[in-house]
Design a protein around this ligand. Structure first.
Ligand code: SF4
Ligand code: SF4
Length: 250
């Protein structure tokens, strides 16, 4: 359930830990450039609403505002404040809708790939929530948690989880060293096959649910992740930047 940045791993990669790490680091490095790309794109979008020299016709005589940028605090009767309010409406409305469409298109591309039934996702699932927390969330109608606890149970020890997928376990621990991770497995897996395939919940059918999730190196959906990696990070950066705009312009 955790979200991670990862390039994913193509099927012809070697599965060494270092290979996963090096791809993860590449993604982190790329994120900075992509973040700048996202910021520039949003800047262009919001500037289309910027008024042209409203100060020329403004009646306020003692205005001390020199730098008229988007995050400057403006008085309520100022046209630049109207600009900020238009930006807020745009980012929460049309622009948000545009990003949702991009996300949907990205997820739709997953349909071009199929599960190779390696069973890695059944043997080792992770969450930032304990089993009890997940059950409580499920009782509060959190569909994901509901599905999760309907199939997964916690490993008794971290050692057991490590044995299930040592490479994945090690990498997860390195990446989220400051956070507690809980490890789970599905007891319905028998001889590496799902014993209740027809009734498996959406959480299994839809895996992977997040384009930024770190996947086991054996997962065939890494090819999908590689295909959409740039778009997924760009989208993530835009969502983060929009949140920043909203906080500053409220
Ligand atoms: S229900 Fe089947 S597909 Fe889902 S995690 Fe369990 S074994 Fe895997
Ligand atoms: S890890 Fe990926 S390829 Fe393996 S069973 Fe799960 S979804 Fe299928």
């Amino acid at each position: 359930m955790n979200n991670f940045f990862s390039t994913g791993q193509s099927s012809n990669n070697n599965n060494s830990d270092n290979s996963l790490n090096s791809q993860f680091n590449n993604m982190k490095d790329n994120y900075e450039t992509i973040f700048i790309e996202a910021a520039e794109s949003i800047r262009r979008e919001v500037n289309q609403f910027k008024p042209e020299n409203p100060c020329a016709k403004c009646s306020v005589k003692d205005c001390k505002i020199e730098k008229k940028d988007v995050f400057t605090p403006y008085p309520p009767n100022c046209e630049y404040r109207d600009w900020q309010l238009k930006i807020l409406t745009f980012l929460s409305g049309d622009y948000r809708q545009k990003l949702k469409t991009i996300y949907k298109n990205m997820m739709d591309k997953k349909n071009n790939y199929s599960c190779s039934k390696c069973a890695a996702c059944c043997k080792l699932a992770t969450s930032e929530y304990s089993y009890n927390q997940l059950k409580q969330r499920a009782m509060r109608d959190d569909k994901f948690s509901e599905d999760f606890v309907s199939v997964f149970v916690p490993y008794e020890t971290e050692e057991e989880a490590k044995k299930a997928n040592p490479e994945y376990f090690k990498l997860l621990n390195e990446l989220v060293e400051d956070e507690k991770i809980y490890y789970y497995y599905c007891p319905k897996l028998k001889d590496n096959l799902c014993s209740d395939y027809e009734n498996r919940p959406d959480i299994c059918k839809d895996f992977p649910h997040n384009p930024l999730k770190l996947l086991p190196s054996t997962c065939s959906f890494n090819e999908w992740k590689n295909e959409i990696a740039h778009d997924a990070m760009l989208l993530k950066a835009k969502v983060d930047i929009i949140d920043f705009y909203k906080e500053k312009l409220q």
